[in-house]
Design a protein around this ligand. Structure first.
Ligand code: FAD
Ligand code: NAP
Length: 260
């Protein structure tokens, strides 16, 4: 794609681990549009070493917005893919560096289409937790769903960005329940929480034991985001329990966003 220069800048970054970071990006000379929690922004960087003002060759990728609407910046929570086209250059950026942020923030992976329910079940692997943060922080989510339950996995505990924030939110009341799970626990790792892939905790028996209520399409809406194989496998398992994919004209309980 053709982009001839930056229109935004990185104003801060949090490095959770060596290859996992949150980048805070602010438009320069224009205002961020409003957006709905769950939507994504497109970021782009030059395809070569520097901005190519003549040819404008650039690499663009979508990122779920991890921050809440109404701020002057967007946060994106990103895993570096070592042989990827965009993320190695993105991880070279420091506060003050330029970046291109597409002016339109878009996407259908939002709570707007979902029917109100007793349990809103949010399932994310890796950076797939990003769109859930603004959904969880949105006060209207509390009005529409009896409880919000976040199932979030990565390989090790240090890979779980926002872990402490989600733990603090859970400690703050009974509406939000948090189920982080790690899949490659090291012998020396200090972790007393759940282990194993998310689907292990989303069987009817495991869900009921963890949450005290039934994993039933009559009372639950489910969002799946991140690793595409996880999305496929959890979808298949839930379809066996009569959950149906949500479509605009045919409302169901399963909402999905695959990252690749
Ligand atoms: C709607 C949407 C929202 C997205 N939101 C995010 C986000 O919030 N954070 C984020 O890090 N990525 C997100 N992605 C993925 C992102 O757009 C890029 O594909 C990713 O950053 C890799 O870009 P790249 O150019 O470095 O690698 P590419 O050259 O595009 O290589 C792609 C390969 O990288 C791997 N990969 C891609 N994304 C991830 C990931 N998130 N975690 C682990 N491995 C991955 C896969 O093996 C994939 O085949 C999203 C994708 C979509 C479609
Ligand atoms: N995460 C890291 O620490 C790390 C470090 C260096 C390089 N990388 C590279 O980054 C790329 C992406 O790896 P990633 O670990 O970030 O992303 P990922 O493969 O999507 O893994 C993130 C989480 O999703 C889980 N997962 C993967 N497939 C699943 C499925 N089918 N069903 C349910 N859960 C599933 C993983 O569990 P499992 O552990 O069981 O797969 C892990 O808990 C790879 O190329 C990897 O080599 C990652």
């Amino acid at each position: 794609m053709k982009i001839h220069g930056p229109n935004a800048e990185v104003i801060a970054r949090i490095d959770w681990t060596d290859g996992l970071a949150t980048f805070r990006v602010r438009p320069v000379g224009w205002d961020l549009p409003t957006f709905t929690p769950g939507q994504f922004a497109n970021l782009a960087l030059p395809a070569g070493e520097a901005w190519d003002t003549e040819q404008g060759e650039a690499v663009r990728r979508p990122y779920s917005v991890a921050s809440t609407p109404g701020e002057e910046h967007v946060d994106v929570f990103v895993r570096r893919v070592d042989d990827g086209e965009l993320t190695p250059s993105l991880f070279d950026l420091q506060p003050g560096d330029g970046i291109y942020l597409e002016e339109r923030i878009t996407g259908h992976f939002t709570l707007e289409g979902a029917q109100d329910a007793e349990d809103l079940i949010l399932v994310g692997t890796g950076t797939g937790v990003a769109p859930y943060r603004p959904m969880i922080l949105d006060p209207s989510t509390r009005e529409r769903f009896g409880r919000v339950l976040l199932f979030y996995s990565d390989r090790n505990s240090e890979d779980l960005g926002y872990l402490e924030e989600f733990r603090a939110l859970e400690a703050g009341g009974s509406h939000f329940r948090f189920f982080p799970t790690i899949t490659r626990m090291r012998d020396d790792e200090e972790w007393s929480g759940l282990t194993g892939r998310v689907q292990q905790h989303l069987t009817p028996a495991a869900y009921e034991a963890l949450t005290g209520a039934a994993l039933d399409p009559a009372r639950c809406q489910v969002f799946l985001c991140g690793n595409p194989q996880m999305v496929v496998e959890v979808r298949q398992a839930l379809e066996e329990l009569d959950f149906k994919r949500h479509r605009k004209r045919e409302p169901g309980q399963l909402h999905m966003e695959k990252y690749w």
